[in-house]
Structure formats: structure tokens, C-alpha cells
Design a protein around this ligand. Structure first.
Ligand code: 5AD
Ligand code: SF4
Length: 458
């Protein structure tokens, strides 16, 4: 797979410096997954590199970018609502530019909707156009016309893009882009294109930079990290990449997401078990506990395959915790199918569960499947999942009481005077203290409230 190096657009830098009398301010709002948040940080990087400052509120900005998500209809509606709400700002500040990027911008019909119904949106650019943003922005500023780019596929990876991260201790590190799996419900392969991996040397270089800059929590990103390496000229797989990164010395943790169960192997679990820095937590989205539905979803594994891997991991790494995504109400899901999901959730005992009602995405295979279950039934099923999950989480949390754990301070806790810190297994603990964010602390777990561990600094 080809990759190119980012080139700073000097002409754009000169133009922007002459166009704006005072340094312009940028406000980026990213929706959806971490991949998208990371793209938002690159948008910030590319533009601050050209002289933009960052605004903390949209009201202060000269350029607002909505970096959007298309995975569920609800996310799209929120974007349309939020973009619509900017109309007043635009009237108050004629210099303000409004841009839309991300996964929604990769869909022709959505770009068309912005064109027809949102006349105050000035610029639309796709997920693979961030490096060309300076040129697009200049083009827009030099003409009175709106610039709504037609979605294109572009497989090239752009390395060395400037980045302005939102945190000084937690970082996202993409190792691959796109997805080839075509799960029947999912829009991602259509908007983010074919799967392509970054060269390990490029990943390692960025990883070193992060560790050297003091990042403590580094999450490797990809739609399916376990198929890392396919299509590269070097011979490397995900477990090898993990070992290569884990060998870098420093006080940090590695996380990764997302693992597709069809490609996750006992070798991956062994790699985690033998590592120094890899977090003892596995996000392994199962989506459904019914083999019939899994087949309809085009997931390429059975409940038995999935549980065999989880059982292996539980034996090999007893302290490991698990999380998952569940889709409730996939077309044709019966009460029996759903009960199988309930059973699986109880059996695995996930520390965290992301539960979604199926959302029809035009253009995907599932969008053509009959879906007779009512929305009311689906909402009731979601409530049933949440009730099971509450029990499970309380039990897992209870088992932590009395343990002293090492945790990374992330910010303010729920109650005044408390802080919250993340354990290696991804649980969080609240404690009274005043420790700098991004420091590791030792905490004695003294209790649980709901899903929240409570503790005292040791
Ligand atoms: N409807 C509901 N949930 C979906 N997801 C992906 N596509 C859809 C959809 N059409 C969920 C899956 C995936 C997570 C990121 O979003 O559970 O793992
Ligand atoms: Fe969508 Fe499936 Fe790819 Fe995940 S693996 S992004 S659910 S197609």
C-alpha cells in the first residue's frame, strides 16, 4: 500500500496570513469513534500549523468544523440539528466559516442534503482530504461560492501529518484505516474505504514520539486491528506489532481497539499475557449471542468460537476484563435470538457494554432485510440488557474491593474534591485527592457505587 509524506502548503500559509488581520480561531467538534477523534486532532494540527489558534467555544471561532459520524442514524440527526443551530452565529459573524467533514461527508446523498437545505455550510470535505484542507480553505476564501466536495475514495496513507492532540497523556494511534469486513449492518466499509495498514516503521516512530513526550495511555486504532499487516510489503501481523511496541521502554500502557472476533486468536492472548505494557482488557464486540443472527450479520464466527476464545483468555489471564458492542433488534431478531444474547452477556460478564438499537443504513445489505420487530420491543430489549449489565458490573466491582491498584489519573471525579483514575483493566476509581492529571497513583479500592469503584490514595 502506498503512503506519502505530508507537505506543508506554504502558499496557503502565506495566503491565510494575508487574509486574516488577526490570527483566526478554529473550533473542531468530533462525533463518533476514536478514529474520528484522531482525525479531528489532525484537522487541528494541519490548521494550527498554518497559524490558526484554537477557540474553546464555537462562538469565538472563525472556522467551525463538524467532524461527523455516520454509523447510526441518531448520530447523523444530531449533526443536522447542531449544524442547523449555527445559523444564528453565522448571521452574527459574517466572517465565520462552517465546515463539515468525517463519515457523513463521504456520502453523496448527505452532501446533497447540505447543499440544498443548509446554505450556511461553506465547506464539506471527506475523511481522506485532511491533508488538502489548507488548499480547500484557500479556494473557499478566494471565491464567493460554497465548496462542497463530492465524496471520493483515496487509498493512499498520508504520514507525518501535523497533529494537535486533545490530551497530554492519552493518545490515539491509528495503525490501519478502512474496513473490508462488510458486516451487513455497517456503513463503515462504504465511507472509510478498503483496509490498509501503516508501515510498522511509521507506527513505531510515532509511538516513540508519544512515549518521549510523556504519553501514558496509548490506544492503537483500527476497525479490525487483528488483520493488521495485510497488504503490506513487510511480513508482520498484529501480535508481532504489539511485541515490537511493547519492547519500547517507558512508563506507559498500550490499549487497542477494535478486535474482530473472527481474527482474534489465542496467540493474541498469549502476547498480552507475556507483555509489560499491554492493558489487561479486551474489547471484543460480539454484536449478538445468536448464531443465526451472527450469520445474517456476516460476522464469520459462532457463539461457540467466541466463547472458546474468551474462556482461553480467562484461563490465561485471570485478571483480564472484557467489553463488547451489542446490537439489539437486528432485522428479524426474535425473542429466542435475543435470549441467546442475554445468556451470552451473563456468561462472559462484561465489565462494560455498548448497546445499540439497530439502525438502518441505506446501501448496506441489512437495509433490505425485513424488520418486523417494533421499536417498542427493541427498547424493552435494551432495558433488559442494561438490567443484566448492572448486576454484572456491581459483582465485578465488588470483587475489586480490598485490592490496591495502580491507576492513571484522568480528571475530576463525580463528587467535589474527588478525582478519577483508570485501572489497567479499564475500570475507573474515584478518590479524594489533588494529583496532577496523567500521573499514575496507587489506590486502595474501598467500595463501589453503581459501576463506579471508590477508593483511597495509598
Ligand atoms: N446499527 C446499530 N449499531 C451499529 N453499529 C454499527 N453499525 C450499526 C448499525 N447500523 C455498532 C456496532 C459496532 C459499533 C461501533 O457500532 O455494534 O461495533
Ligand atoms: Fe463495521 Fe464490521 Fe467493519 Fe466493524 S468490522 S467497521 S462493524 S464492517
Amino acid at each position: 500500500m502506498e503512503s506519502i509524506r505530508f507537505q506543508r502548503n506554504e502558499e496557503a500559509a502565506r495566503f491565510l496570513a494575508s487574509y486574516y488581520e488577526t490570527p483566526p480561531l478554529l473550533f473542531v467538534h468530533s462525533y463518533g469513534c476514536q478514529q474520528n477523534v484522531n482525525d479531528g486532532e489532525k484537522i487541528q494540527g494541519v490548521l494550527t500549523d498554518l497559524g490558526f489558534g484554537l477557540a474553546s467555544r464555537p462562538e469565538d471561532a472563525d472556522l467551525i468544523v463538524f467532524n461527523t459520524c455516520a454509523v447510526r442514524e441518531h448520530a447523523e440527526q444530531r449533526v443536522f440539528g447542531n449544524v442547523g443551530a449555527l445559523k444564528g452565529l453565522k448571521e452574527a459573524n459574517p466572517r465565520l466559516l462552517i465546515a463539515v467533514s468525517g463519515c457523513m461527508a463521504q456520502q453523496k446523498d448527505i452532501v446533497e442534503k447540505f447543499r440544498q437545505h443548509y446554505p450556511f455550510v461553506d465547506l464539506v470535505f471527506g475523511v481522506n482530504a485532511i491533508d488538502t484542507l489548507p488548499a480547500l480553505l484557500c479556494e473557499k476564501l478566494q471565491s464567493s461560492k460554497r465548496l462542497l466536495c463530492t465524496p471520493v475514495e483515496r487509498d493512499e496513507i498520508v504520514e507525518d501529518m501535523p497533529i494537535r492532540r486533545n490530551s497530554a497523556f492519552r493518545a490515539w494511534l491509528p495503525i490501519m484505516y478502512g474496513c473490508d469486513n462488510f458486516c451487513s449492518y455497517c456503513i463503515v466499509p462504504y465511507v472509510r474505504g478498503r483496509e490498509r495498514s501503516r508501515k510498522s516503521a511509521d507506527i513505531l516512530r510515532e509511538f516513540h514520539e508519544l512515549v518521549d513526550a510523556g504519553y501514558r495511555d496509548i490506544t492503537l486504532l483500527g476497525q479490525n486491528v487483528n488483520s493488521y499487516g495485510k497488504g503490506l510489503s513487510e511480513k508482520i501481523d498484529f501480535a508481532q506489532l504489539l511485541r515490537m511496541l511493547d519492547a519500547v521502554s517507558g512508563d506507559y500502557r498500550i490499549r487497542f481497539m477494535t478486535s474482530h472476533p473472527k481474527d482474534a486468536t489465542p496467540a493474541l492472548i498469549d502476547t498480552i499475557a507475556g507483555s509489560t505494557h499491554i492493558s489487561r482488557h479486551l474489547h471484543l464486540p460480539v454484536q449478538s449471542g445468536s448464531n443465526r443472527i451472527l450469520a445474517e450479520m456476516n460476522r464469520h464466527y459462532t457463539v461457540e468460537d467466541y466463547l472458546a476464545l474468551i474462556d482461553y483468555a480467562k484461563r490465561r489471564i485471570p485478571e483480564m476484563t472484557y467489553s463488547s458492542d451489542i446490537i439489539v433488534g437486528f432485522p428479524g431478531e426474535t425473542e429466542e435470538d435475543f435470549r441467546a444474547t442475554e445468556e451470552l452477556i451473563r456468561r462472559v460478564a462484561y465489565m462494560q457494554l455498548f448497546t445499540f438499537i439497530y439502525s438502518k443504513r441505506t446501501g448496506t445489505k441489512a437495509a433490505t432485510m425485513p424488520d418486523p420487530t417494533t421499536h417498542k420491543e427493541k427498547t424493552q430489549r435494551i432495558a433488559r440488557v442494561l438490567a443484566i449489565q448492572e448486576e454484572v458490573v456491581a459483582r465485578l466491582g465488588g470483587a475489586m474491593v480490598g485490592k490496591t491498584v495502580r491507576a492513571l489519573v484522568e480528571g475530576a471525579g463525580r463528587e467535589a474534591g474527588t478525582q478519577t483514575a483508570r485501572l489497567d483493566n479499564h475500570m475507573t476509581v474515584d478518590f479524594a485527592g489533588n494529583v496532577p492529571e496523567g500521573d499514575f497513583v496507587n489506590v486502595l479500592v474501598t467500595g463501589v457505587r453503581g459501576a463506579q469503584l471508590l477508593g483511597e490514595l495509598v
